[in-house]
Ligand binder design. Structure first.
Ligand code: BTN
Length: 325
């Protein structure tokens, strides 16, 4: 039996008795009990109340390909080559990378209910519990190498912010290079990985992680201030499938056009969302931390750090408010 066979029966958040579940699946109550344990292993909270049965508090909003496709605008639908929705994978970025090696190309989109080894920036883990958040990776092929893709990850941040606004959510901000913040807490992150010829034909995997309804048990592993769509929307948002469609509506056209226009075309929007503009910061990029005032980004997406020795352009690293731990 698949680990997740009980999920459709419990997705509405209502109590179902063990006997009822066993009858619906045509299995014994012992088998149901084992499956319930499997769900707990997935990190899903299963509430058990004597005389009422079992439920998943709040229910589940599972990914559904038809619902995602229905939310796509014609432009994004035309750019989407294949939508792959997985129950579980190590990392959707790793999965797309494997498929690129196997011959896939631009427009492959992979999302999963759960990642067992979700990758964050700078070697960190991305906390990816089952069925609650969004983990999505998109592949795109380019011809002019890495230089033409400078600033792409910042532009993806703008695309994500736009998608969230179009879903009626309150405005978010961006933290260089590409964190998505709401009131200073991390709502999402972006991880770009590249393969191929850095000076010519190459393929990029754009990974976006968005906290939608992070369960408290999973959140213990997050080592920074975080928030989720559930919190910032006060519980009223269009659901994971619509959010995913909205992300694709913004990200796919961006990827298709970026090589032609570059970050310059996105800089003004990025600047309007810059969470740290004019702030005293410390940047960890090379061997030793650099202190200065964040002065936005240039046409290539490089952070403009005003230091005692003048403006320094930084192309990668991690920024934090000076004085913040
Ligand atoms: C960050 O550290 O801020 C970047 C996080 C990126 C997470 C996403 S989730 C989908 C995709 N697959 C991964 O393994 N990572 C990215």
């Amino acid at each position: 039996m698949a680990k997740t066979i009980l999920l459709p029966l419990l997705a509405n958040g209502e109590f179902r008795s063990g006997q009822d579940l066993a009858t619906a699946l045509g299995v014994s109550r012992t088998a149901v009990w084992k499956q319930l344990n499997n769900l707990a292993e997935l990190g899903l909270e299963i509430e058990s109340v004597k005389g009422r049965g079992y439920r998943i508090p709040g229910g589940l909003d599972l990914l559904d390909a038809a619902a995602v496709q229905a939310g796509l605008q014609p432009q994004a639908a035309g750019l989407l080559a294949h939508l792959e929705l997985l129950e579980a994978t190590d990392s959707t970025n790793a999965e797309v990378m494997r498929q690129l090696t196997g011959g896939a190309g631009s427009g492959l989109v992979c999302s999963a209910e759960q990642q067992s080894a979700g990758r964050g920036r700078r070697g960190r883990q991305w906390v990816s519990p089952y069925g609650r958040n969004l983990y999505v990776s998109v592949a795109w092929e380019y011809q002019q190498g890495a230089a033409a893709l400078e600033g792409l990850s910042l532009a993806v941040g703008v695309a994500v912010a736009r998608a969230l606004a179009l879903c009626g959510l309150p405005p978010v901000q961006l933290k260089w290079p590409n964190d998505i913040l709401y009131r200073g807490a991390k709502l999402g992150g972006i991880l770009l990985e590249m393969t191929g010829d850095a000076a010519g034909a190459c393929q990029v995997v754009v990974g976006v992680g968005l906290n939608v309804a992070m369960p408290a048990v999973a959140a213990h592993a997050i080592e920074q201030d975080w928030t989720d769509v559930q919190t910032l929307s006060g519980g009223s948002h269009p659901g994971r499938n619509q959010l995913l469609a909205a992300l694709l509506n913004e990200v796919l056209p961006l990827l298709a056009e970026f090589e032609g226009v570059g970050f310059k075309a996105w800089k003004q929007q990025w600047t309007s969302l810059d969470a740290f503009a004019g702030a005293p910061v410390v940047v960890h990029s090379g061997a030793s931390p650099l202190a200065g005032i964040a002065r936005g980004v240039d046409d290539r997406g490089a952070l403009q750090l005003e230091t005692v020795s003048g403006i320094q352009s930084l192309y990668g690293g991690e920024i934090s408010l000076r004085g913040a731990s």
